[in-house]
Design a protein around this ligand. Sequence first.
Ligand code: SAM
Length: 241
Amino acid sequence: MKRAKVRLFVDHPLGAGQTVPLDRDQANYLFNVMRMGVGDAVAVFNGRDGEWLTEVSAVSKRSGVLTCTAQSASQMDPPDLWLIFAPIKKARTDFIVEKATEMGARRILPVQTDFTNSERVRVDRLQAHCVEAAEQCGGTFVPEVADLRPLDKVLASWPEGRNLMFCDEALVGGSAGLPENATGPWAILIGPEGGFSDAERARLRALDFARPVALGPRILRADTAAVAAMTLWQDRLGDWR
Ligand code: SAM
């Protein structure tokens, strides 16, 4: 089997002999940037059918076609973990989304909290970051980025049975508080640079599905906290065990 030096997300069904049309950007990347041509190997995934090895079977100026030859990895979905976070500065928000994909979040939900500065997020841009992160980390799954919603509304429509790991900076220095062997779906909540308001903290602590958690003896920046929380969760309850 030829080894592929390029890995690409494609929004198209994959299977033996299946042809995959390339859009303009993909064709430009493969044929102009990477200087590939007919017969070259490209690994592709679509978030559903695992990873497939393909060969370039047609090249044109603004498009091209790949043909699937063999499956090179089966589909691997991450555990049912959501990352809920309050958007911060653009580059740091991009970092959170990229790391959430690498760390194995199933869904990413930006929320407005009392101290969130950012009024809007570009979901399409964040989604593109998820695709790029999945392409480079060898994953076969791309998490969905939801629209920005107020934290209140997200909590009011909370799904039955999902636990919430509420990362509460007021607990700094305490023990982690994450149970061992708690099964079922989870979500991690990370606050903004200003942290949670007293009213939010009181509300969150009163929820029976929320587990307040400390992330060590120092206050972490929100982007660091997101990675630390996902690491802790994956190690205790997720797919690192
Ligand atoms: N301005 C807040 C303060 O000084 O207390 C700090 C907010 S922190 C930069 C951003 C978010 O990261 C927090 O809302 C919390 O979700 C998470 N976080 C940071 N350090 C933490 C810790 N040691 N324990 C739990 N959560 C933490």
